[in-house]
Write a protein that binds this ligand. Structure first.
Ligand SMILES: C[S@@+](CC[C@H](N)C(=O)[O-])C[C@H]1O[C@@H](n2cnc3c(N)ncnc32)[C@H](O)[C@@H]1O
Length: 203
């Protein structure tokens, strides 16, 4: 396997949080969808969380059981330092989602812009199998991937692109579509990146 952790560590070590294409000042869509389809009383994991401020918003909003997972330990260190004492309330997992073995379940699984880096079918299948194992039956996956007219690469890596149907198909019969929407993300460089968002219920 290529050095995925090394690649992302060097991105997070050399670029400020607002110098990457996926930067957003507020995780507006993420929090809106999580508030609609999940509950602060339940548990949530952010897959490929990077240095996103979603965790800060969730902790501030009173979510009790928040986990962030990323292949980059450097990204998690940034988040830990930013949160300060607030980090004590958060579980940090430095792991590649393709080889991670969850040892508990979560009511909500969030992923903004990590799944689309899985360009091999075997990796996507493994990801979906992990989600099915880790998300409580009745729980939700809230996921954003590049739309079918989105970029074909990001951060020097190839990406896959998805319409709603492709995401539903990728997750298979154990997940049912609750909601879909398109978002046109404006990067800090002023370019537009179209995303497909889905909320999938684990049956
Ligand atoms: C484009 S960034 C998005 C970060 C964050 N979700 C956000 O919205 O700001 C992709 C993130 O996925 C992480 N990532 C990429 N491949 C991964 C993998 N196989 N396992 C876990 N994390 C991964 C990267 O380290 C990076 O933090």
């Amino acid at each position: 396997m290529e050095d995925t952790a090394g690649h992302w560590d060097s991105v997070f070590a050399t670029k400020a949080s607002d110098e990457v294409s996926w930067f957003q000042a507020q995780p507006t869509t993420s929090i809106r969808l999580l508030e609609r389809w999940a509950s602060p009383a339940g548990s949530v994991i952010d897959i490929g969380a990077g240095a996103s401020t979603l965790v800060d918003v969730l902790v501030d909003a009173g979510w009790q059981d928040v986990t962030v997972l990323d292949v980059s330990a450097a990204a998690l260190t940034k988040v830990r330092n930013r949160l300060g004492e607030g980090a004590e309330a958060v579980t940090f997992i430095a792991a590649d989602v393709r080889s991670w073995q969850p040892n508990r379940t979560y009511d909500a699984w969030h992923d903004r812009a990590a799944f689309h880096f899985l360009v091999e079918q075997a990796d996507r299948d493994r990801y979906v199998a992990m989600a099915a194992q880790a998300v409580t039956p009745g729980g939700v996956v809230v996921l954003a991937a590049f739309a079918d007219d989105g970029p074909t690469e990001c951060s020097g890596l190839p990406t896959s692109r998805y319409g709603t149907d492709e995401l539903v198909c990728a997750f298979g019969p154990a997940f049912a579509l609750e909601h879909a929407e398109r978002e046109e993300h404006t990067t800090p460089f002023g370019t537009i990146q179209p995303f497909s968002w889905v909320v999938l219920r684990h049956l």
